[in-house]
Design a protein around this ligand. Sequence first.
Ligand code: SUG
Length: 446
Amino acid sequence: MTYEVNFDGLVGPTHNYAGLSYGNVASLSNATSVSNPKEAALQGLEKMKAMHDIGLKQGIFAPHARPSLAPLRRVGFSGTDAQVLEKAYKHDPILLRACYSASAMWTANAATVSPSIDSSDGKVHFTSANLNCKFHRSIEPETTTNLLRAMFANAQYFAHHQHLPEQPFFGDEGAANHTRLADSHGSKGLQLFVYGSSGFNSDIKGPTKYPARQTLEASQAIARLHQLDDKQAIFIQQNPNVIDQGVFHNDVIAVGNENVLFCHDQAFIDQTSSLTKIRQAYIGEKPLHIVEVPTHAVSVEDAVKSYLFNSQLITLPSGEMMLVAPEECAKNDNVAAYIEYMLGAKNPISQVRFFDLRQSMQNGGGPACLRLRVALNEAELKAVNPEVMMSEDKFIQLSAWVNKHYRDKVTEQDLADPSLLQESYAALDELTQLLNLGSVYDFQRA
Ligand code: SUG
């Protein structure tokens, strides 16, 4: 038996709205709104618990230590921690906001993962994403690698790769631009890599307004590192026009699960030929279902607003598929009508469940952004650090931990307050015990 285990990012104590992600409509439009880290973390925990209660295997991905003082010190802010914060607040508040970001919560961007069935050495492969398009995200990969190693430590089963070179040629945003299509989680699959532009080939035309975050070269490098057979990797370009409308990752316009690809009809460049290539490359024996949502039913604007395609598409223990959607989908008339139609139509998706993830959504992170999928067989699952797996007890412990340590309000001014740093580090120090993570954080450099 092979399980798809979702490792959800636990929202960190400094969750705030800083307007850091040009090209991500929600991030920009909520810049400087007041955040509620406690609510954000509890909303995320509710989703994890609900998935666990449905009978799925659910994991927890710890947050990063923020504020990160190392980048501030590196660019000349000196003195005690409090002085560094005070000076940065005064002289470079945008940089300070970046160093406070809890963006590691969106673990779909943490790494790309290939299951052992697809890799020639029979191991599960992880490559942390370099996230080099945005400064606040580019400071994530080292801690992400430390965390992945603490969660998947057994070298007999798990192979970890360093993030790709930081050069823009290798822009890599992890599993947000990668999905796997297969008859089942346990069968050999086709890994679909979706890129926004090329680092080296100027004939490949990317978007003109907003940045393309994933390059073809990064996706190709990952397929090589993960030892995928040529027949098991396909590289498709995202439609640059939708990137320019706010689709900053492919998982904002498409999601796959087993033998289903759920996508908008403008998701890919030259959509008809892109879908034909995917159909031809599919290596399963079951039919591949492509559920393609027409623009006249759901516009790109509605897709971006509602995050319909940032739903998780999961296989329930019964074998049916469920769309795990943000509440915003139920509130958007066009999207709600389409979902109703789709559930009754001929395709494997038969259920929907909506979640309130507003705190994360306001920064452009829906249900699928919050989780990293790792397909594991029984032996591999046994080798995972058991403390990072969701259970009744873990849910109670983590909810109590959030209620003890988190604020219910963080404003821009709070970022100059050294007690937010102390609270955040104390919380994470305690979390390393709860999740048995060892010394993943170097608080001096954090
Ligand atoms: O990288 N938002 C994240 C959202 C990531 C969503 N992930 C996926 N689609 N898989 C980003 O743009 C906003 C932070 C701020 O503005 O405070 C931010 O980083």
